[in-house]
Design a binder for this molecule. Structure first.
Ligand SMILES: [Zn+2]
Length: 262
C-alpha cells in the first residue's frame, strides 16, 4: 500500500503541475537522496506512473523518481496533521507546491540523469497487457499464482490487495501454479485484473483505516473501492456465503474463498 490505483490517483492529482518550473525545493528529511540544488530550476515536462513508481520527467532529460512504499503520498496542498511528515517540497513558479508526505519515511526519491533502470514488467493498464501476454508470462512460471502477481518483474504495479481481489473475481485459488491455469482461467484473470484496477482508480483507491499512515487520496477523504476478500478473513463470501480464509504465501497474507475459488 499504496498500489497502482492509489499511485495513479496521486499522479492525476498533480496534472496542474505539468509545464511548471520548480522555483525552489526544500528537503527537510536529509535521508532522501535528493538535494534542493538537484531540483531548483527544473521544468516539469510530464508526470507519469510506471508500476508503483512516480516519474517527474524534466525538460533537461533528467527524472525525479519517487516510490511511495508504505505510507507516502504526493499532494498539492498539505494541512494540519500531515505537515510534520513532509519530507520534500517542490515550490513551483505558479505559486503551487508539491508535497511529498510520508509518515513512515520508507519512501524514496532519486534524480536519475539517464533514464529509469528499475526492472519492471508490463503495466497491467498498458495496451500491451493482453490476455496473450499474460498467458505467455504465466506459462514460464511454476510459482503459485498469488506470489506471481506480486512479482514486479513480471507485472509492474500489482500489490497484495488488488492481487487478492482479482483472484477472487476470477474464481482462482491463490495457491494454483501459474503455468497450470487453463486458457479460460487466464482469460478470466486478465479481465479481473484490468477491471479491479480500473474500478479502483475510478473510486480513488482503497483506504484501509484511519491512522495518519493510511492512504488518503486527498487530505480529508478516503478512497471508496470496496474490498471483496482482502482483510475479510472469517466473513461470508459475498458470492457464495462460505467463510473467507487466509493463507500465508511468500510471507504475505492472502484472503480467499475456499469454495468458489478453485
Ligand atoms: Zn465464495
Amino acid at each position: 500500500m499504496p498500489e497502482l490505483p492509489e499511485v495513479e490517483t496521486f499522479v492525476r492529482g498533480l496534472a496542474s503541475a505539468v509545464g511548471r518550473t520548480i522555483a525552489s525545493a526544500d528537503v527537510p528529511d536529509t535521508r532522501l537522496a535528493v538535494t534542493s540544488e538537484d531540483l531548483a530550476g527544473a521544468r516539469i515536462a510530464a508526470i507519469l506512473r510506471k508500476g508503483k513508481y512516480i516519474k517527474l520527467n524534466f525538460e533537461d532529460g533528467r527524472k525525479l523518481v519517487i516510490h511511495l512504499r508504505m505510507s507516502g503520498r504526493l499532494r498539492l496542498d498539505c494541512d494540519g496533521d500531515e505537515r510534520q511528515y513532509v519530507r520534500l517540497v517542490l515550490h513551483l513558479d505558479d505559486g503551487e507546491s508539491i508535497y511529498f508526505v510520508d509518515p513512515r519515511r520508507l519512501g524514496t526519491a532519486d534524480v536519475c540523469e539517464d533514464g529509469f533502470h528499475v526492472p519492471l514488467g508490463v503495466d497491467p493498464l498498458d495496451p500491451g497487457f493482453t490476455k496473450e501476454a499474460l498467458a505467455a508470462l504465466l506459462s514460464r512460471s511454476r510459482a503459485p499464482i498469488k506470489p506471481f502477481l506480486l512479482n514486479q518483474r513480471k507485472i509492474g504495479g500489482m500489490g497484495n490487495i488488488y492481487a487478492a481481489e482479482a483472484l477472487w473475481r476470477a474464481r482462482i485459488d491463490p495457491r494454483r501454479r501459474a503455468n497450470e491455469l487453463t486458457g479460460v482461467e487466464v482469460g478470466r484473470l486478465h479481465k479481473a485484473i484490468v477491471e479491479v484496477l480500473t474500478e479502483a482508480i475510478a473510486r480513488l483507491g482503497t483506504t484501509l483505516g484511519s491512522s495518519v499512515s493510511d492512504y488518503r487520496p486527498t487530505s480529508g477523504e478516503g478512497g471508496s473501492f470496496r474490498l471483496a476478500v482482502y482483510g475479510r478473513e472469517g466473513e461470508p463470501c459475498s458470492r457464495c456465503g462460505e467463510p473467507i480464509e487466509r493463507v500465508i504465501q511468500a510471507g504475505r497474507s492472502t484472503c480467499f474463498c475456499p469454495k468458489c475459488q478453485r
